[in-house]
Design a protein around this ligand. Structure first.
Ligand SMILES: [Zn+2]
Length: 151
C-alpha cells in the first residue's frame, strides 16, 4: 500500500477543501490515482507458483508517473533513455524556467493552451541568448521537459 496514498485517503477531503480551487483536473486525477494505488479500488492479481502452489495476492498499481510507489521506476527508466541520447564530448546545461505566481493557476487550468506558449517563449529566449556572439555565438539544441512543482 502506498504511504502517500494512505495520507491522501485520510486527508483528501480536508486537502481538497483547503486547496480545491487551486487544483486542476489533472492534479485531481493524480490524487485519485495515488489514493487508489495498491488498494482494492484497482483490483488485484493472484500469483501462484507452478512448482509449490504457493500463492501471493497483490493489488494493482496505479502506474501514474507522479506516484512514488510505482511512477518512480518509470521516471528512472525515462532518465536512463535520455542519458543514452547524450552525445559524448558535448557539454550539456540545465536551464530552469519558472513562471510568476500570477500565471500558475491559469497555466494549471489551461495546460494544453499555455504550455506550448511557455515552451516557445523559453526556446526563443535561449536561442536568442545563445546566438548572441557576446554570450555563446552558437546554435544550441534544446530539449524541454515539463515539471509541475508542488503547490
Ligand atoms: Zn501508484
Amino acid at each position: 500500500m502506498s504511504r502517500i496514498g494512505a495520507i491522501f485517503r485520510a486527508h483528501d477531503e480536508a486537502y481538497c477543501r483547503s486547496s480545491g480551487s487551486h487544483l486542476s483536473a489533472d492534479q485531481r486525477r493524480v490524487l485519485r490515482a495515488l489514493e487508489a494505488c495498491h488498494t482494492p479500488a484497482l483490483g488485484g492479481v493472484r500469483w501462484q507458483c507452478s512448482r509449490c502452489g504457493g500463492a501471493v495476492f497483490t493489488y494493482r498499481s496505479c502506474g501514474n508517473r507522479h506516484c512514488p510507489a510505482c511512477g518512480y521506476a518509470d521516471a528512472m527508466l525515462w532518465l536512463a533513455r535520455q542519458k543514452r541520447l547524450l552525445l559524448p564530448g558535448v557539454t550539456y546545461h540545465l536551464t530552469t524556467f519558472t513562471v510568476p505566481n500570477a500565471l500558475r493557476n491559469p497555466i494549471r487550468n489551461h495546460p494544453r493552451e499555455l504550455f506550448p506558449i511557455l515552451f516557445d517563449a523559453a526556446a526563443s529566449s535561449l536561442l536568442a541568448l545563445c546566438r548572441d556572439p557576446r554570450h555563446l555565438g552558437a546554435l544550441p539544441a534544446l530539449t524541454a521537459v515539463r515539471r509541475e512543482a508542488a503547490a
